[in-house]
Ligand binder design. Sequence first.
Ligand code: ZN
Length: 444
Amino acid sequence: MQVTRMQPQPQRPRRGSPGPLGRRISRRRLAALACVTALTFTASTSAGTGRLSPGATTAGAGPIALSRTSAHGPCMIRAAREVQMSEGIPTSDGYSRSTGTVRALTLMIDFSDAPGEGKALDRFREFFPQTRQWFRTSSYGRLDYRPETPIPAWLRMPRSFREYGIERGAPFDPGYRALVQDIVAAADPEVDFRRYDLLNVLVTPNAGPSALDTVLSVTFAGNPEAPRADGVPVANASFVYSRQDDGSGSYGRTGYRVLPHENGHVFGLPDLYTAEGGGAVGHWDIMSEDWGANNDFLGWHKWKLGWLDASQVHCAASPGTTEYTLTPLARAGGPKLVVVPLNGRTGYAVELRTRAGNDESVCRPGVLIYKVDAAVDTGMGPVTVYDSRHDSGGCTRAPNVHAELSDAPFRAGETFRDARRGIVIGVVGAVGADGGVRVRVTRE
Ligand SMILES: [Zn+2]
């Protein structure tokens, strides 16, 4: 893969008043930039075997065990080279694999100017076992995520938090590089880094500002130029900072969800929120909104991550009219996704969303239709959900859930049209007793 240097982007002005949402948007944009920055390191080195194998340079088929047949060819939309982290399929090399047993080295760190309060394992328990269960549910059991804590105490960093100079949007160099080097040095006597697929760094929550002012959590993914440990680069690492309760009432149950979001990046997924917030995808994917009620991944992400079989994904590439059955995305088994390719870079995706599994806030079950654009980079809006009810205000008032798109799904008798391309996607109606639906795709 080509190494592309990305120029720092000007910060877009913050929208609206600095209420909780405004702050959140602001920090998320900065986090997105950090994700992008990390990806400037993406190059030929591969963690394609899942393990951070020493000096691996195998191109291989990539880390993601994508299930496909030749019939899926037209739906394998690809990223442009200049896109750092894309929705393209298959996922490029260098990220952690996302199927089978994945070992997540999880370290809790603190600093002289931010000493850990309470037990380090209590910090760990803010995220586990929930994160493990979240991935098990979303992947239909295909991702066996195993967090391991070979050092169950706070790992004290040799410098103060201030000295690392980490703020929101901080690039990998020099602050994070120094931090990772110090983490490696401190942990190495007790940790064999070759045993792990990814690194979680759970920073003591009193380091840095409150999450309600600035959220620092960030992931550096696909970064073979990261400091090495036991001969392997620490290429895929998620850092989680403060996650203070915003008073919305859901924090106790859902505050852990920043970690599945950050780990989504180590598996190669881009951010779906933009500088304007969650208005592109709403609460339909945890890469869009990871606060508030639990939510799942889009079907596109599940295919990309290797959690759907080829038989569960239909590629609607031929002219004419074809009907397809969809079963609820949250439930294992059955057809899940119809992809209507537009060209080599974009396509429509169609799936059935219901309130089940990780999707706990769905207030209008139905057929979700969205556009995937592999030419659009992380944080710039690579996915756009189509709203079947424009300007309705949505059907939810749940805190931290983008309301307008909450009633986006199409129902029986409703139709999505792309007149310019001659594409019509209609919901025919319910089928069977298992909650499935029938959709009809017409292409000129
Ligand atoms: Zn992110």
